[in-house]
Design a protein around this ligand. Sequence first.
Ligand SMILES: Nc1ncnc2c1ncn2[C@@H]1O[C@H](COP(=O)(O)OP(=O)(O)OP(=O)(O)O)[C@@H](O)[C@H]1O
Ligand SMILES: [Mg+2]
Length: 335
Amino acid sequence: MLFSSRFGIDLGTANTVVCRPGRRIVLNEPSVMAVRVNGHSGPPVRVGHEARELVGRTPVGLTTVRPIRDGVITDLQSARSFIIAILHLALRYPWERLRPCAAVGVPAGATSLERRALIEAVEEAGVSRVELVPEPVAGAIGCGIDPLQPRAHMVVDVGGGTAEVSAFCFGGILATRSCRIAGDEMTLALHQYLRQEHQLMVGELTAEDVKIRLRDAAAEGQPLVVEGRDVLSSRPRLVTLDPKDVADALRPTVDGIIDALTGCLEDLPPQAVGDIMHEGVIAFGGGSLLAGFEQRLEEEFGFSVQHAERPLTCVAEGAALVISMPRVIAAYSAR
Ligand SMILES: Nc1ncnc2c1ncn2[C@@H]1O[C@H](COP(=O)(O)OP(=O)(O)OP(=O)(O)O)[C@@H](O)[C@H]1O
Ligand SMILES: [Mg+2]
């Protein structure tokens, strides 16, 4: 067989991860690029971490763009230039760009049009063979689960733009539900809480940082200090937050994910529900790291909820493994 370079890609709303076989993460960057205003067709000025630094502070003439929305491509042109830039960073050696072959994660609930758009964007970026694999299946494989087993498994993937709950068994998806309430909505809820309850205006990156710090603060019982601008006086101000109050403010955002999980369980045959009650559910995606997330699910449903060992990279790791699993591709290929 001719040499070809193989890798898995998780093109997420918030983060893009590229992994080589053997769980070798070669790129993990925010799905953001900075482009010149009215210059979307040209190459991006900055990509990934460097572009994210500019969110909320772009100089005149530049704007930041997130080419993936709710886990799917909405603007083919900006997605293509983002993927080209990402692959340029990930595949550093010329021989790696020879006949590249990629397995790319796609939300299980994506439409055929959204799938086509993804294949087209990745092929146009120079990848000669593209396989789409449902993200829940890729994430599960990244956690060491065999999706061809005659046993039902359920995963909850809470990303930036979407939360997806899926159950699969013996090479087929049994049920899947998704909701648009995920990490971004949690950040927004926190932003609104700070404004309404503490009269504090903060940027998107600060609100996200508070949300991420909440997990450790809640575990240690430590207060959270946030710096922002007073809504009335417009002056800088520090606010000390009780982690319990912040967790309460974020509680309603988890309700949508609970509804999705309830719906997914309703769609399952009883035998499959039995498997899931017995084995529990695996949670991954950055949004599932929200403080108290797994405890809330356990309280609501009574089964155990385990986090993936690497919740932010297991989809890309699984996708990289899938590329050498022809039976899994044949069973789950999401073209
Ligand atoms: N400790 C944490 N607590 C709460 N949220 C977190 C934590 N760490 C990361 N996040 C959130 O996780 C989200 C990103 O997760 P992830 O990288 O899995 O999303 P994605 O795969 O890019 O998105 P999608 O799957 O929706 O396309 C962001 O909203 C981020 O704020
Ligand atoms: Mg994701």
